[in-house]
Every structure is written in structure tokens, then in C-alpha cells.
Design a protein around this ligand. Structure first.
Ligand code: ASP
Ligand code: MG
Length: 412
């Protein structure tokens, strides 16, 4: 008998009626003879509402207290789902993150899981329980409650699956699987049967909201078989797996996009061998995530440095730079907001030259200006005006033949 970890997102547990429905899906898995661990998110838009409440009190709420507040959302769901399972005649017990032994680093708002003590869950399973665990939360070694970043319940689920050596981790959501692009915005988007860990990791990191990036990272590192599937309909989902032979004739497998990006430019940075490391170490010490970096030497002694951050981090970034201006040694800085990142992802790029060229060409032909570029082996990202984001995504989706994915699957 194996362990299956199931995860149900906010929409799937958005009402008591839906929670009852989720209980049925859990029981189906239990009745197949598996031990079941269920991870749930907060109901519906609860987390957003809690954030709003905090903002009514304080513009920049203390991060420890914000975690204290946000972690309550998931606690509501675990209790209700467990009650629903009891009503249907099943043994079940709920655990908060800390009761489930989920240890994290001491970072509020975006903590990483460092260790999971599996005894509590294993004992409860051995006693015949379905175990219902609150997603998105953990505890530091000092005993402070932390959260894992928005969307972090996926990561709880995959991390539990890894530490419990689960057979599979099924992410149940309000869409039927992973799409070539976000179907809410790109109408031609098609569902993929399978996608590799690396491609999924890029897609998730690049703003495809369907999975939390760290969840994919865990799945890849610990080889957890992962599926994304619908909590409402009984239809095939998308497999995220190591070797992905299907659809291998697709050079690009997805188009991802992310809004609310700001380009920060630091002018007149002294040209010293340690200049870059000083700036980025200082930002990293403040847990500021920097994305695309472009360095241009202006003359013998100075360089200009541009990098992108999320809008939500702009205030802190500027404050940190300001505070350290003299020691970092630059003249002035400026920030340009209202930008977005659009990316194409696909393992096929490794062996097919000209993918970036085609991307730039298609965008140029459509009059879309590129402000920054970054590439990896399997992705190309461009920063554009936020107003052009969806149009750019649609153009690229079509240019790389993603609207024809279904035919590709059928042909194999
Ligand atoms: N409830 C949290 C959020 O809304 C975590 C999650 O749903 O994964 O971000
Ligand atoms: Mg989610």
C-alpha cells in the first residue's frame, strides 16, 4: 500500500459544498487501497482578504505578524475537510504545518522548508487515518510561524510527498492541467499531456501560476511523480515527469508571462572588481530577488547596471540602495515600472538555433519594443511594456505553433 499526497487549491475548497466534494475525491483514493495525505489551501480568496485586513491596519505590516495572520486561512480548511471526512464515516485527523513537523528557515513571508519530521503523519496513517495538512505554513527552529510564499501549498504537498516517499503527488486545481499558456488570457492555449520537470520549472518561475516554482524544484530534486488535474471533473491531467518523449517535435512548449515588473537602473557605478558582488550581496541579504541583470560599461571608470525586480520589492530595493549608496559607489538610480516579462520555454531549444532570433523578429514585426532580454538553455525572456504583455504572448503562441498542440499529440 503506497502513500498518495493530494493537494486541493483555494477554489477547490471555496465553500463547504466544495469541501464535501473534495472529501469524496479523497475517499476515492483511500478506497483504492492507498494511504492518503491531503494538503489544502485557504478557502477561496481568504488569503487575499487576510492581506487586505492587515493593510487596513498597517501599510507595511510586520512580516512575522503577517505570517501569523495568513496561516489561519489554511487552518480553517483542514478542520472543515476533516469534519467532512468524519461525516462520511472515515477516520481522519488534521494537522497544522508545525504539527505535521514542517520546519522552515527563519524568513517570514517566503520561507523555505528545511526539514520535515515524518513521525506524526506516519503514526496517524498507521492508525488508519486520512491525514489533512495545512498548506503554505511551517515553523522555525525558534518556534515562529512562517509561510512559504503565495501559492506555497503546492510546495507543502510536494515536500511531504518527497519526505514520505509517496508514490505520487496529485495537485487538484480549478483547471484541468498545464497549458501551453494561461488559457484565461491566451484563448488558443492547449492542454499538455506531459511536460518535463525542467520545462515546468521554467514555466512556473516565469509566471505560469498553475504550480508554485519551489514545488516543481522539490519534485525534480526528489523525483516525485507529479500530476496537475481538475478537482471538479474526472479527466486526464498533465504529467510532470523526467523523460518526456511526447510532443518532442515541439521546440517551444509554452509561453509564460508575468506582470508588475520594474527595471531599476543604477548609473555611474564605480568600475571595481567587487562592485557587482557588493550590490547584489547587499540586496540578497535583504532577501530581494533580482531577475534579469544587464551591465553596460559607460567609460573606463564607470558602468551602468540595470536589473529587474517585482513591483512589490521596489520600495525596499530603492531603500536598501539608498542606504548603501556611498559604500556601493554609484551616482544615481532610477526605476521604471509598468513592465512585464514574456517568455518562451522548451527543451527543444537546446538543439535548435534561431529560436531567440525568431522571437525578436516576430515581436519587432508587430511593433513590440523589447526592453531587456535573458536566456537560459531552455527559455528566452523579454521585458516589454505591460500593456503589450498579452498581445506579445498571443503572437508568440501562434508563431511557435502552440495552437496546434492537440494535433501534435494525436499524431504520436
Ligand atoms: N493560501 C495561500 C495563497 O493563497 C497558499 C496557497 O493557496 O497555496 O497564496
Ligand atoms: Mg496555486
Amino acid at each position: 500500500m503506497g502513500i498518495i499526497v493530494q493537494k486541493f487549491g483555494g477554489t477547490s475548497v471555496g465553500s463547504t459544498e466544495r469541501i464535501r466534494h473534495v472529501a469524496q475525491r479523497v475517499i476515492e483514493e483511500k478506497e483504492r487501497g492507498n494511504d492518503v495525505v491531503v494538503v489544502v489551501s485557504a478557502m477561496g480568496k481568504t488569503t487575499d482578504q487576510l492581506v487586505s485586513l492587515a493593510k487596513e491596519i498597517s501599510t507595511y505590516p510586520n512580516k512575522r505578524e503577517l505570517d501569523m495572520l495568513l496561516s489561519t486561512g489554511e487552518q480553517v480548511t483542514i478542520a472543515l475537510l476533516t469534519m467532512a471526512l468524519h461525516e462520511l464515516g472515515y477516520k481522519a485527523v488534521s494537522y497544522t504545518g508545525w504539527q505535521a513537523g514542517i520546519q522552515t528557515e527563519a524568513v517570514h513571508g517566503n520561507a523555505r522548508i528545511t526539514h520535515i519530521t515524518t513521525e506524526p503523519i506516519l503514526n496517524a496513517l498507521n492508525e488508519g487515518n486520512i491525514v489533512v495538512v495545512a498548506g503554505f505554513q511551517g515553523i522555525t527552529s525558534e518556534g515562529a510561524i512562517t509561510t512559504l510564499g503565495r501559492g506555497g501549498s503546492d510546495t507543502t504537498a510536494v515536500a511531504l510527498a518527497a519526505s514520505l516517499s509517496a508514490e505520487r503527488c496529485d495537485i487538484y486545481t480549478d483547471v484541468t492541467g498545464v497549458y501551453t499558456s494561461d488559457p484565461r488570457y491566451v484563448k488558443a492555449a492547449r492542454q499538455l499531456k506531459a511536460i518535463s520537470y525542467d520545462e515546468m520549472l521554467e514555466m512556473a518561475n516565469l509566471g505560469a501560476g498553475v504550480l508554485h516554482p519551489r514545488a516543481v524544484e522539490f519534485a525534480k530534486n526528489y523525483r516525485v511523480p507529479l500530476t496537475v488535474r481538475s478537482s471538479m471533473e474526472h479527466v486526464d491531467g498533465t504529467y510532470i515527469e523526467e523523460v518526456n518523449t511526447m510532443e518532442s517535435n515541439l521546440i517551444v512548449r509554452g509561453v509564460a508571462f508575468e506582470k508588475e515588473i520594474t527595471r531599476i537602473t543604477v548609473h555611474g557605478l564605480t568600475n571595481q572588481i567587487t562592485s557587482l558582488s557588493s550590490i547584489f550581496t547587499t540586496l540578497a541579504n535583504h532577501h530581494i530577488n533580482v531577475d534579469i541583470i544587464i551591465q553596460v560599461q559607460t567609460d573606463e571608470n564607470t558602468t551602468n547596471l540595470s536589473f529587474s525586480v517585482k513591483d512589490e520589492d521596489v520600495r525596499e530595493t530603492l531603500a536598501v540602495l539608498n542606504e548603501h549608496q556611498s559604500s556601493l559607489g554609484f551616482e544615481k538610480m532610477e526605476a521604471e515600472s509598468g513592465l512585464a516579462k514574456v517568455s518562451i520555454v522548451g527543451s527543444g531549444m537546446i538543439s535548435n538555433p534561431g529560436v531567440a532570433a525568431k522571437m525578436f523578429d516576430v515581436l519587432a514585426q508587430n511593433g513590440i519594443q523589447i526592453k531587456m532580454v535573458s536566456t537560459s538553455e531552455i527559455k528566452v525572456s523579454v521585458v516589454v511594456d505591460q500593456k503589450e504583455m498579452i498581445r506579445a504572448a498571443e503572437i508568440l503562441h501562434e508563431a511557435f505553433g502552440l495552437d496546434k498542440v492537440e494535433e501534435t499529440i494525436a499524431a504520436l
